[in-house]
Write a protein that binds this ligand. Structure first.
Ligand code: BYC
Length: 333
């Protein structure tokens, strides 16, 4: 939809020092960069990478939860989960559209996902083993997503920033849906509470990994921050998430699976924050490189959906072409 507005005139820019300085001055003045504005090729490439991977994450992210729609324990839970999974599909579509405004096609992005070239969030390569995982995902995964994505509403690239406003509103509903599910389980039987604890144990560390490698290993952070694509570093957002979430676990009466978690009054410029244990970065990179528990299944499911949906795309294109011809005939008549 957005790509209709891209006229392609500024895809090749002569990146003289004057041009780069003027571009950075626009960013520093908090101006939004729009699809037809001239921009450095590296800025465009960074956005295509990040927005494309973000879109893939939303679409792949439908799979772990969709697995539980038919097994939701009540009609109320089923409709809420169905709506949530549908929202994630919508987020993927806004994001693919935002990436298209940068001159990349949806087909090219999908091919990169299916070939393993484009990444998607590590979190979706873990299995959903119990109903409590629907609560833990909403609470922790959507909670982490909100922490990361609210700053993206102020990203320098207009279409991405605007798409994130609606996405964040919906993620907020998802987070509450998950937390409310956890409250019910924690107020239920001992077995239900144990199921909630087991789920927290399995999803805690992968949720911290969602924020990406530590700042010292984050190859893109410095440039993305200078371009105001990123407003906070990976470690800053991870810290904010831990500080907000520990209190929520306390309220549920659940224990965070980290023996090194301790309040540190000196953190966050003296406002206090939690010290936490070391993240298993070997596990993180293994999952990112395609060797997590569910990587193969996730890509196989996307490949199947892409192939089986080919006729729908063809039919939609043929219909659009027919409509175009009919409109042209009406104009000339
Ligand atoms: N998983 O230099 P860095 C959701 C990659 S969807 C996999 O720090 P950057 C939801 C990174 O791509 C959640 N890969 O990168 C959906 C880079 O590799 P490449 C998705 C990761 O971009 C359904 C390399 O590691 N959210 O919320 O500056 C249901 C070095 O990293 C991960 C977004 O996509 C990871 N966790 O920062 C429920 C948000 N972390 O590209 C919920 C938008 C890093 O050079 N994205 N990598 O091959 C971002 O904010 C940033 O891209 C990141 C990474 C913070 C994720």
């Amino acid at each position: 939809m957005y790509s209709q507005g891209l006229n392609g005139q500024n895809l090749d820019v002569n990146e003289t020092p004057e041009f780069l300085a003027a571009f950075q001055a626009r960013i520093d003045a908090d101006e939004k960069i729009e699809p037809n504005d001239p921009m450095p090729a590296a800025y465009r490439k960074t956005l295509i990478r990040q927005i494309g991977q973000h879109a893939h994450s939303e679409i792949v992210g439908m799979l772990p939860e969709a697995n539980w729609i038919t097994r939701a324990p009540t009609l109320r839970r089923k409709t809420a989960l169905l709506a949530k999974v549908q929202d994630e599909g919508g987020h993927g579509l806004y994001l693919y559209s935002a990436a298209e405004t940068l001159g990349v096609s949806r087909e090219a992005m999908t091919e990169e996902l299916l070939s393993g070239k484009a990444k998607y969030s590590s979190i979706f390569n873990y299995p959903t083993l119990s109903w409590a995982d629907m609560g833990a995902i909403g609470w922790l995964v959507d909670g982490a997503a909100i922490m990361n994505q609210v700053p993206l509403c102020r990203c320098s690239y207009g279409p991405y920033a605007r798409a994130m406003i609606r996405v964040c509103k919906e993620e907020s509903f998802h987070q509450r849906q998950g937390y409310e599910l956890m409250i019910s389980l924690c107020n239920g039987t001992a077995a239900q509470k144990a199921m909630a604890q087991d789920s927290l144990n399995r999803w805690w560390w992968p949720s911290l990994m969602m924020f990406g490698p530590s700042d010292s290993d984050s190859q893109h952070s410095d440039q993305s921050t200078a371009w105001k694509i990123k407003r906070f570093t990976n470690d800053e957002l991870r810290q904010k998430f831990v500080d907000a979430t520990v209190k929520q676990a306390d309220h549920l009466g659940l224990s965070i699976p980290d023996p090194d978690l301790v309040w540190n009054e000196t953190k966050n410029d003296g406002q206090g924050g939690y010290d936490f244990g070391d993240i298993d970065w070997d596990e993180f990179w293994k999952v990112v490189k395609g060797h997590g528990p569910m990587n193969k299944d996730r890509i196989a499911a996307r490949k199947q959906a892409w192939e089986e949906g080919a006729w729908v795309r063809e039919a939609a294109l043929a219909y659009a072409e027919k409509q175009k011809q009919q409109t042209a005939q009406q104009v000339t008549a």
